[in-house]
Design a protein around this ligand. Structure first.
Ligand SMILES: [Ca+2]
Length: 429
């Protein structure tokens, strides 16, 4: 540092000498701010004396710092020597030695433990390898058994009918004459799916969307299950199911021809009734599979979808109607009630506050039930159609099925048979 400052001072001196020998004139082009060598020399000359004073001061400061540094170095050397002397002269402390020994013991034990852990790990590892090998052998055996089984001819007894269409009426129109399981693909569906088609003697093809018959399937399901469908399809119509809200939606909007929902009911005495609803539609999931229909199209079971005056409150009928209601499940409450109808009644349904018709209700053997039978909530939760049997009577069998309105005779036609004459044959085209 000091030497560079001295060199710099020398350079300043050189400039000052140069300035003494040259008379500098201002450039007419650059004026008094000309950055010529002469101008710089004049500047340096003007401030040389001050610079010299500053340099002298700095030099003194540097000398002082240098002296201090030397002193510090000497002190460091002295301290190192002192430490070595102290170390040489210090006798080992007894307790320190003991601690040291203990520390050595700890380290030794630690090494032993690590070694033992390694051995344990190796044992376990070998056991795991042996177990895996056994499992692999078992899997190979199973795989061979499966291969043998799969190479045998298929013994599945469920018959899927070969005809396909947009719905069961389309299937019937294409010549299908027997009821059973068919693959269909409604206009807006992305893929085909199986349904039970009920095809009668008039070549009417009903697509069945719900079936209750013996209580073998629990209808207490959540939103996703009602959306996707649950239960079992069978070629002989012997099982219970909910086809699924998404498929029901697709079926209800798939055709330009309005659909009719036919509801068929059987009580525990073997009596049968039905109800038809024209222009049946189920909205998409974005509208919570809302139920709408145009009007009660006929039947002998009564119009329970229109609500019922139970006599509890003047608003009973209004708050138990179903047209325009969104679908609710216990985990998705879209009803018109402060509480949760689907949770209380253990089903998925187009709940209002709450219902006059309730075909996905709890299955009660024998039909008649009371508040005490309902469990936690005490509300009527059976399979109900109140315009036929009261709410404490749970029906034995139900069917919900849809068909294009053009295939239904106005005012009924459930008992119609092809053998009854040409008139009816002409009505079904
Ligand atoms: Ca609610």
């Amino acid at each position: 540092m000091a030497s560079s400052l001295v060199a710099h001072a020398g350079l300043v001196l050189l400039f000052s000498v140069a300035s003494a020998r040259h008379q500098c004139a201002e450039s007419p082009l650059q004026g008094k701010y000309c950055p010529t060598t002469c101008g710089v020399a004049d500047y340096m000359h003007r401030y040389t004396s001050n610079a010299h004073d500053s340099l002298d001061y700095l030099q003194k400061e540097l000398d002082s710092i240098h002296n201090l540094t030397e002193g510090a170095q000497e002190r460091v050397i002295y301290m190192k020597d002192s430490i070595q002397t102290v170390q040489k002269n210090t006798q080992p402390d007894v307790y320190f030695q003991k601690s040291s020994n203990m520390l050595d013991d700890v380290i030794r034990f630690e090494r032993t433990i690590i070694e033992q852990e390694k051995q344990i790990f190796m044992h376990k590892h070998f056991d795991a390898v042996a177990a895996n090998e056994r499992r692999m052998a078992d899997l190979k055996t199973l795989s061979i058994e499966l291969q043998n089984t799969c190479s045998e001819p298929c013994k599945d007894s469920v018959v899927i009918q070969p005809t396909t269409g947009t719905d069961c009426q389309d299937v019937a129109n294409k010549g299908a004459t027997v009821s059973g399981i068919y693959y269909i693909k409604p206009a807006q569906a992305t893929q085909q799916f199986p349904v039970y088609c009920e095809i009668d003697n008039f070549r009417r093809g009903f697509t069945v969307i719900q079936r209750r018959r013996d209580g073998s399937v629990d209808f207490h399901k959540d939103w996703i299950q009602y959306k996707e469908g649950f239960g079992y399809l069978s070629p002989d119509d012997s099982t219970e199911f909910w086809l699924g809200n998404e498929k029901i939606h697709l079926l209800s909007v798939g055709s330009s021809i309005p659909m009719v929902l036919r509801i068929e009911l059987v009580d525990w005495e073997g009596n049968k009734r039905y109800a038809d609803y024209a222009m049946f539609r189920v909205a998409p999931e974005s509208d919570m599979y809302r139920l709408t229909y145009g009007y009660y199209f006929g039947g002998d079971a009564g119009d329970a979808f229109n609500g019922f005056d139970f006599g509890d409150d003047p608003s009973d009928k209004f708050f138990t109607s179903h047209n325009g209601m969104q679908f609710s499940t216990f985990d998705k409450d879209n009803d018109k009630y402060d509480g949760n109808c689907a949770l209380q009644d253990g089903s998925g349904w187009w709940m209002n506050r709450c219902h006059a018709a309730h075909l996905n209700g709890k299955y009660y053997q024998g039909g008649r039930y009371t508040e005490k039978d309902t469990g936690e909530f005490g509300y009527d939760n059976g399979i109900i159609w109140v315009t036929w049997h009261n709410r404490w009577y749970s029906l034995k069998e139900t069917t919900m099925k849809i068909i294009p309105v053009t295939r239904i005779v106005a005012g009924g036609g459930q008992e119609a048979d092809i053998s009854t004459g040409d008139l009816q044959c002409n009505l079904f085209f």
